[in-house]
Design a protein. Structure first.
Length: 375
């Protein structure tokens, strides 16, 4: 793993879009004013600073915090901490956390009430493992920015999240259930495996820092088993990992002509499994280089969020490529730094040119910061 934020803006070769807030300041505009007398901010960050301002997503909020803490600076780290405190207040002792609906109260300035919606069994809820993994990665970035003593008040919540991952790990293959219950179909997605692998390695240190030595050992063992499980997803004839494994054990054979989730998952395996991982790489470096060479050859348009493929399949609800700045993290990890910086700058400039309208969100902003720093 390399220091992602250290890739300086001096490497940027794409055109610069002027007169726009940096991503960290834009995330700050998404803070939620909670209804009360008087109204107050409790650390919640909505998915977007404007419409649709209906939901606080733990997943996207965690990625916003990852980017903020990684970029550094007193204000950004403080904003990340406020978010982590909100997460701490909402997460259950099982490690499960809900999305929160925001209901406007008709005040000036507008304030909202937060209402939990869905659960880990809800078809509209993201993977609980993804929530826990992204929280642990955000805690890792905050710890690196401030020191191990500052995470002690999150002691129980680090443990809750680590054990959620371990409790959802299938002993038969080491993989973690992306959706452990039946409403969306039990499955083990590659993106979730990569995020969980990085989170478990982060947990090894985090749990030791807060005095849970035995749990730290369990996290290390879980990461080792998970890597073996991911290795078993490799499809030599395709030159890619299977995108997912279903409950029956069948593998989804990746199609390089399908952007999401097939191709995107390959990039995330490198980005999360190697680039955001404080432990041993998930993907062998030679294999990572091969994956990224194929990805950028088949999909040279990956850094054009508005691109609509015609002879290939986007796989997204909009039919567009959409925002995937994590591919830039993956390129950085395989040594293609200048290309990564230029490409993510293109994504950032596209978002700014569209006034950062939805579906751009605070998590995308945080992901951009992993390559471009405080831009």
């Amino acid at each position: 793993m390399i220091g992602l934020a250290s890739l300086a803006a001096a490497l940027v070769v794409a055109p610069v879009v002027a007169a726009a807030l940096p991503n960290g300041q834009w995330i700050a505009k998404s803070r939620v004013l909670v209804s009360g007398s008087p109204s107050f901010e409790d650390g919640a960050v909505s998915q977007h600073s404007k419409a649709p301002l209906e939901t606080v997503s733990p997943y996207w909020g965690n990625y916003a915090a990852i980017g903020l803490a990684n970029a550094g600076g007193k204000g950004k780290i403080a904003l990340a901490l406020d978010w982590l405190k909100w997460y701490r207040a909402k997460v259950k002792n099982t490690g499960v956390i809900s999305k929160y609906r925001l209901d406007p109260q008709g005040t000036d300035p507008e304030s909202y009430t937060e209402t939990a919606v869905g659960s880990e069994t809800d078809v509209n809820t993201d993977s609980p493992a993804a929530y826990a993994s992204s929280f642990l990665r955000a805690m890792w970035e905050y710890r690196n920015a401030t020191g191990p003593k500052r995470i002690r008040s999150f002691k129980k919540h680090i443990r809750y999240s680590a054990f959620l991952l371990l409790n959802q790990q299938d002993a038969s293959d080491g993989l973690i259930w992306s959706h452990p219950n039946g409403t969306v179909g039990r499955m083990k997605g590659l993106i979730t495996q990569a995020e969980a692998y990085a989170a478990l390695h982060a947990s090894v240190t985090l749990l030791n820092d807060v005095g849970y030595g035995r749990a730290s050992g369990l996290a290390a063992a879980g990461a080792t088993a998970l890597k073996a499980g991911v290795d078993s997803l490799w499809l030599p004839g395709v030159g890619a990992y299977a995108t997912l494994k279903d409950e029956a054990g069948a593998l989804h054979v990746t199609d390089w002509n399908t952007w999401y989730a097939d191709v995107v998952a390959q990039g995330w395996a490198v980005a999360a499994g190697n680039g955001l991982n404080p432990g041993p790489d998930l993907v062998d470096p030679a294999r990572a280089r091969q994956l990224m060479a194929t990805l950028t050859s088949v999909w040279p348009e990956w850094n054009r969020p508005g691109f609509r493929p015609t002879f290939r399949t986007a796989g997204t609800s909009s039919g567009l490529i959409g925002y995937q700045p994590m591919i830039g993290v993956a390129l950085t990890e395989v040594g293609r730094n200048r290309e990564a910086t230029s490409a993510v700058t293109n994504i950032n400039n596209y978002a700014i040119g569209k006034a950062r309208k939805w579906p751009f969100n605070v998590g995308n902003a945080g992901q951009i910061m992993l390559t471009l720093g405080a831009v």
